[in-house]
Design a protein around this ligand. Sequence first.
Ligand code: ADP
Ligand code: DP6
Ligand code: CO
Length: 326
Amino acid sequence: MRAKARAHTNIALIKYWGKRDEKLFLPTNNSLSMTLDQFYTETVVEFNPDLKQDKFILDGIEMNPEETAKVSRFMDKIRRYTGQSHYALIDSINHVPTAAGFASSASGYAALAAAAMKASGVSFSENELSIMARQGSGSASRSIYGGFVEWQKGEKEDGSDCYAVPILEQGAWDLRVLSVEVTHEVKKVLSREGMKRTVETSPFFAGWLEAVAEDLVEAKAAIAKRDFIHLGETLERNALRMHATTLGANPPFMYWQSSTVKVMEAVQALRENGIHAYFTIDAGPNVKVVCQPEDEEQILDALSELDVVQNIYRCKVGPGVSYLEG
Ligand code: ADP
Ligand code: DP6
Ligand code: CO
């Protein structure tokens, strides 16, 4: 009736941006990510017959009714799937900034899905776990696995073929991600609202769908050959294409701040000096710089000099979900 799980965040190299079914979290396109070793969530789930409702504690603080209701709706899906009937105490710690564009929803829902499935006592496959995590937050479907991961959009209406699959294990390619924090403020437009508004109103969304399919083919070919420059060019282009769709939305919005652009320019300047660094940006102003181990120090030094940079986290390729004692 009780279990604890840890899941790491992931950074999308090819972005998930758009849902074809909001209820089931079915995406409009496949996406591809790298799991990160530095950022993770640990969550305990305990089903308890004495509880009259779910209770959600995050970072030691009992969450408000709105946040609790969100998690409770997810727990209802777990209960329906596993046949578990009791409410649960959910106690979670984020070793990642929450709702600031560092993918806390990915590690958060992957850890919650894993702990809840385990605590329910049923046996389950990794596909089933990815499908459950997906229904808390789409990007969480990918955090079940370490290494490089593809989330397949699937064809079926019930979402039973919509899950992530590992494409390269953790130790297979040593890439680095410098996660550059320019602010840890909570974002104004959550990923969920942002992608919804874009799908519904941006005339650029059709162009995104065409482009992302091509970018995915390129990225997978680059990963298979361990061709870093090919992957870097592809992932940077894909991030810019995603962000371009938000400018066409109504009302339009933008996740970048002036500090974001400063970091992007610094990465471009590094490249002009022959250093292989490429950036990607999620739904927030912070920038992630992808590089190879031999260039990491030099890139770190250059970015540390920018006055807009608050913090730089050095990430390697991370592991998949694990289950813990306690
Ligand atoms: P992020 O960039 O951090 O993924 P999102 O807007 O995608 O930002 O998601 C943030 C939301 O994810 C939070 O508002 C909260 O509802 C949910 N979340 C974050 N961490 C956890 C956690 N440990 N357990 C459950 N839900 C979480
Ligand atoms: C830009 O998975 O956070 O980071 O499914 O609505 O919870 P919901 O959204 P979320 O979206 C992530 C969007 C992104 C790109 C990505 O991670 O693929
Ligand atoms: Co998220």
